[in-house]
Design a binder for this molecule. Structure first.
Ligand SMILES: [Zn+2]
Length: 275
């Protein structure tokens, strides 16, 4: 993948200053800790109100240039350029999402999340959350190496942001409330496949405008898409929970929709809800 473009201003590097899991008693939950404090005659709210912050709230010192963080920033900027343009063509205004890099665990407007959950998008704060360790996982556990595969993961999450801006996510949520569990699950799959199609759409535009796609890249993305499909995931990992991936659809479906977006470059072809 050819990358030399601008860097996004929307990356928040929260690595190393995320949520420290309980400093005291390693592994003791907050509730247990609060109970102990209470039993000792203290004020349990002193514990439960403890805001998760880094070492004495000191802001993380800017580290040395980091190629992986830099890569994420370039890809995010590229999705911004693409979606700003696509939205403009449709008479709409795109709002850039933010992307939070974290290590281990993070507190989002959608709740507390751990790296084991995989990358995710939180519609409430318009942020994409990603622990770079996931990329190692992608490479080693799911055999999806390559920088374009990593870019795909970001583009997929940004696809969820697009759905949020367009109101698709809200429509799906309310439809899910009216349907049974199976129906709700099927709707989630359609939502995920549309995010894949949007990731493909990004690849199409990024390539036309900036020639970022090199031979083999699309295969990398498709490998990533199919590697993190439901069926493969559930087979590869037992007891490993990746909610973002749970309801993504089969590997074949994911590849198909990514390819549709990539070949057409048009949002209209990404209607995974029709039929
Ligand atoms: Zn997703």
């Amino acid at each position: 993948m050819e990358l030399g473009g601008r860097r996004s201003d929307n990356v928040i590097d929260a690595r190393g200053r995320g949520i420290g899991l309980p400093v005291v008693g390693g592994g003791l939950g907050m509730a247990v800790l609060a109970l102990i404090v209470y039993l000792l005659g203290g004020d349990p709210s002193a514990v439960t109100n403890m805001t998760p912050s880094g070492p004495q709230g000191a802001p993380a010192a800017p580290g040395p240039p980091d190629p992986q963080a830099d890569f994420v920033s370039v890809v995010l900027a590229d999705t911004e350029d693409t979606w700003n343009e696509v939205f403009r063509e449709h008479g709409r205004t795109y709002e850039d999402p933010q992307l939070v890099l974290f290590t281990g665990a993070v507190d989002s407007a959608c709740g507390f999340a751990q790296q084991a959950m995989g990358p995710f998008y939180c519609p409430r704060d318009h942020r994409v959350y990603i622990d770079l360790a996931f990329y190692r996982e992608l490479r080693e556990r799911f055999h999806a190496p390559g920088d374009f595969a990593q870019a795909y993961v970001i583009a997929h999450e940004v696809g969820h942001h697009v759905q949020n801006l367009l109101g698709v996510s809200d429509q799906v949520s309310s439809a899910q409330e009216r349907s049974g569990r199976r129906g709700a699950n099927a709707l989630s799959v359609r939502l995920e496949l549309q995010a894949d199609c949007y990731a493909g759409l990004w690849a199409y535009h990024a390539d036309r405008a900036r020639h970022v796609v090199e031979p083999g890249d699309i295969d990398e993305a498709l490998t990533a898409a199919s590697a993190i499909g439901d069926d493969r995931l559930q087979r590869a990992t037992r007891g490993y929970v990746v909610p973002e991936s749970f309801t993504h659809g089969s590997s074949a479906q994911r590849s198909t929709w990514f390819r549709r977006g990539y070949e057409s470059g048009r949002m209209e072809t990404c209607n995974t809800f029709a039929g």
